[in-house]
Design a binder for this molecule. Structure first.
Ligand code: SAH
Length: 194
């Protein structure tokens, strides 16, 4: 499929995700933090995810820097990438909306933090991470480039792998039994399956 078209689709998706997050990011700055777990490791992981999901894909879209690492993908995979954009943005939006004032870009407990177990949190514990997994998968399907297509999977994959257990341990420590009960009723990323 025409790489210019794929670049346009990815860039519109990417801008959509930023527009969705922006108002929540502004609002969450006002919510007081009770417990901050932002370690040095967490800062490095956030930087890796930003590199893989922001800097490297945008360098591919707007400069010829990585053209030596281009390859071809079958059209049906490009089409799956395009089809994933709208459900991914929907889930990204819903998870921000349902988490509301409890959302943090990093590991933190806010004043008056409460367990969200409704909406898209009813059956899965990490719908925002599900949306971001879909994001980095569609990045790989829309940008056929060994560096910028795969960098999201690597950057976010590292953040996810090293964060998710710590996040659940933090929630358990903070909320005890109610979070343990919520854990038994939900799966991590894919409803009823995983
Ligand atoms: N892992 C969740 C949330 C990501 S944002 C998801 O993928 O949807 C990370 C912050 O959300 C953490 O710092 C934690 O304080 C908060 N958090 C995670 N799960 C929560 C829940 N079920 N209810 C309330 N806050 C939660």
């Amino acid at each position: 499929m025409d790489t210019l078209l794929l670049k346009v689709v990815f860039t519109v998706f990417w801008l959509g995700a930023f527009l969705i997050r922006y108002p929540f990011a502004q609002k969450q700055k006002k919510n007081l933090i009770k417990s901050d777990r932002k370690t040095g490791e967490e800062k490095i992981l956030l930087a890796c995810a930003t590199l893989g999901m922001v800097l490297l894909p945008m360098l591919y879209v707007f400069t010829p820097l990585f053209s030596f690492a281009n390859y071809q993908l079958p059209v049906f995979l490009n089409l799956i990438g395009i089809a994933l954009t709208v459900p991914t943005l929907w889930l990204f939006y819903r998870s921000h909306k349902d988490l509301g004032r409890n959302w943090s870009p990093t590991l933190e407990i806010r004043e008056e933090h409460q367990i969200v177990d409704w909406g898209v949190y009813k059956h899965i514990r990490h719908p925002m991470y599900t949306a971001i997994w879909l994001w980095v998968i569609l990045q790989a399907l829309l940008l056929p480039n060994y560096i910028s297509g795969l960098s999201g999977l690597v950057g976010f994959g590292l953040l996810y792998a090293l964060r998710v257990n710590k996040e659940e341990a933090m929630m358990l420590e903070q909320f005890g039994k109610p979070y343990a009960a919520y854990r038994t009723k939900t799966t991590r990323l894919i409803p009823f399956i995983f």
